[in-house]
Write a protein that binds this ligand. Structure first.
Ligand SMILES: Cc1cc2nc3c(=O)[nH]c(=O)nc-3n(C[C@H](O)[C@H](O)[C@H](O)COP(=O)(O)OP(=O)(O)OC[C@H]3O[C@@H](n4cnc5c(N)ncnc54)[C@H](O)[C@@H]3O)c2cc1C
Length: 562
């Protein structure tokens, strides 16, 4: 089943929904002209549709494997990656002085959405690399930047992110890997990391690991963590490859999905590494990569949702079953199938618009240094992650349902979308952790960022002929936010997921109202679907947010046993 890049949606969202014009009006991104944006998206779409999408199924049936301690990737991945690297796609948003294009993150995000739809397992590799590029740009020494960035941006080398250890998953502060300073300014890194995506790679010459570890004098917990760059092969000063480092892939995980992406158990045994950022400030430095990856993972969900939707739409148009009121026989004419397809499309549109609004805020913060833009981006990031990934999961699930029995049969291809996307709500900080971030750190400004977003939504709703239910929802969300601000962390934590989901529902409606303002018939109809079918859920979420957690906290583990 071919993949069709959603170019019309991208262009429409940029022009009519998220105000991309303000990004290209800045000096920093003046080169992102309308023509350039159009060329990047259409050429990126073509690459993903023609070269990357055919790799999705082969990577599922012929997973990455470990041979003599080295990863062997699925057939075609090496050629697909080379086409990507040669086209300069890894460095779309990277600094031009190191070989990047210097384009806004909004564009690289659109590209990575398309690549996620085409082949999520392969997409993981450059997604992590571009996150590492951003972290090094912000925190590495000039010498490390000069040596590593050109190689990462060109795709000669790839990058990984090493946080997780067996006893340190969500609680990163529990990690035990350690780093000993050496006389020459380098460090010896020792420890075990688990679940490391693309911890080895057979289509790049070197794999550069960003590893969190503790210095000898480190405080316990998350305040005592530092960040190190640990390459698989230690480069010489001129960038040529030197000696292999003391690290290895111990094993690969067998997984539900993304079979093409090797998930590695890594062992570092006195491996040579270099400090990135200040000692004991590693988590702050890693957060650059993690924030980038959080938006990126949300967008993975949206991309997979788009793929699943296109698959289901094609099947529904083709599959003949049962007479309909009109006498036609394709299942797309059954109201329940049409309803599901409309919901899928409306969810994807809302999630995509939220992600792009998030990226516009990131780009504006980069271009102007404005604290209000940074706060807006900070507020939207956990919402992008949760809404994007939950959209990926629910839309892929509906895609299976639309296929009927064929949805459950691997050969049809609908099941792979759900198996692949399922991990997105787990990695990069589980969705529960995103919600805690939203009601904790992101509300620590007393609500300044959220109230600014709510004010904007209220204004847009008032200006829209169909905005009455959104006006009401924004008022309820404002009251819910004030309630949240009045609670201690325990009550906030209990209501966090429900609050985030309510917020996402209303924000999604806001995006649809902006789209409907264009007056285009299909956009207005889709907004109607969202307002009728999805927006009302916010009220149930807000009720759940305020519900007394004692109801379930008082249930003992014994009470929970049937
Ligand atoms: C395929 C795959 C690829 C991955 N790639 C990488 C990678 O490249 N690099 C890397 O470093 N890691 C990677 N990870 C690890 C991933 O980020 C972790 O699995 C994730 O952070 C969760 O940690 P955990 O699995 O230990 O779950 P746990 O932390 O044990 O969490 C279990 C459950 O408890 C909940 N929970 C835990 N703490 C809290 C809390 N304080 N409040 C509320 N709920 C809580 C969680 O939400 C979750 O539902 C990958 C994982 C997978 C499956």
């Amino acid at each position: 089943m071919p993949y069709t890049p959603p170019l019309r949606d991208f262009a429409f969202i940029l022009d009519h929904v998220v105000g991309f014009q303000q990004v290209r009006d800045t000096d920093r991104f003046a080169e992102a002209t309308a023509d350039t944006v159009q060329a990047i998206l259409s050429e990126g779409g073509r690459l993903n549709a023609e070269v990357i999408a055919p790799l999705r199924r082969p990577g599922d049936v012929t997973p990455s494997r470990l041979e003599n301690g080295a990863v062997v990737s699925p057939p075609g991945y090496a050629e697909g990656f080379r086409a990507l690297a040669d086209g300069g796609w890894i460095g779309i948003s990277a600094a031009p002085e190191f070989g990047g294009m210097g384009m806004p993150q909004t564009l690289s995000t659109a590209f990575y959405e398309m690549m996620a739809a085409a082949c999520l397992s392969l997409q993981m590799n450059p997604l992590l690399t571009q996150g590492q590029i951003e972290a090094l740009e912000h925190h590495a020494s000039d010498a490390l930047k000069a040596l590593y960035l050109p190689k990462l941006i060109s795709g000669e080398w790839s990058g990984t992110m090493n946080l997780t250890e067996p006893q340190a998953g969500t609680d990163v502060g529990a990690l035990r890997s350690r780093a000993e300073p050496q006389a020459d300014g380098s460090y010896r890194v020792t420890g075990q990391k688990i679940y490391i995506s693309w911890g080895d790679c057979d289509f790049t010459q070197n794999v550069c690991h960003l590893v969190l570890a503790r210095l000898p004098d480190a405080a316990p917990g998350s305040k005592g963590i530092s960040l190190f760059l640990v390459p698989k092969i230690i480069p010489n000063a001129d960038g040529s490859l030197g000696q292999p480092n003391s690290l290895r892939v111990v094993s690969l995980e067998q997984k539900l999905g993304i079979h093409g992406s090797p998930t590695c158990v890594m062992e570092y045994d006195g491996a040579t590494g270099w400090l990135v950022g200040a000692p004991h400030r590693g988590l702050a430095a890693m957060f650059t990569m993690m924030n980038n990856a959080r938006v990126g993972v949300g967008v993975q969900g949206i991309g997979v949702a788009e793929g699943a939707y296109q698959h289901a739409l094609a099947y529904a148009r083709d599959r003949k079953q049962g007479p309909t009121a009109k006498g036609a026989t394709a299942i797309i004419d059954h109201p329940d199938i049409r309803r599901q397809l409309a919901i899928m499309r409306a969810e994807i549109f809302a999630a995509r618009a939220i992600a792009m609004a998030n990226c516009v805020a990131i780009d504006m913060a980069t271009a102007t240094g404005g604290a209000d833009w940074a706060a807006r981006a900070g507020w939207l990031t956990p919402i992008t992650k949760v809404y994007g990934t939950e959209t990926g999961i629910t839309v892929s699930d509906m895609g299976i349902q639309i296929h009927g029995g064929m949805g459950f049969v691997e050969e049809a291809g609908a099941a792979q979308f759900l198996r692949d996307v399922r991990v997105t709500s787990i990695y990069e900080g589980t969705n529960a952790i995103q919600a805690l971030d939203l009601v904790g750190r992101k509300l620590s400004d007393g609500g300044a960022a959220v109230f600014a977003v709510l004010d904007e939504m209220a204004k847009a709703a008032r200006a829209s002929g169909m905005g009455a239910p959104v006006t009401e929802a924004v008022q309820a969300l404002r009251a819910a936010t004030e309630w949240m601000l009045g609670q201690g962390m325990e009550a906030r934590a209990a209501g966090a997921t429900a609050y985030l989901r309510a917020f996402a529902r209303v924000l999604g409606a806001d995006m649809h109202l902006r789209a409907a303002a264009s007056g285009e018939g299909a956009r207005v109809a889709l907004a109607r679907v969202y307002l009728d079918q999805m927006l009302p859920e916010y009220a149930a979420h807000l009720a759940a947010m305020r519900a007394d957690p004692a109801a379930y906290m008082d249930l003992t583990p014994e009470d929970m046993t049937a």
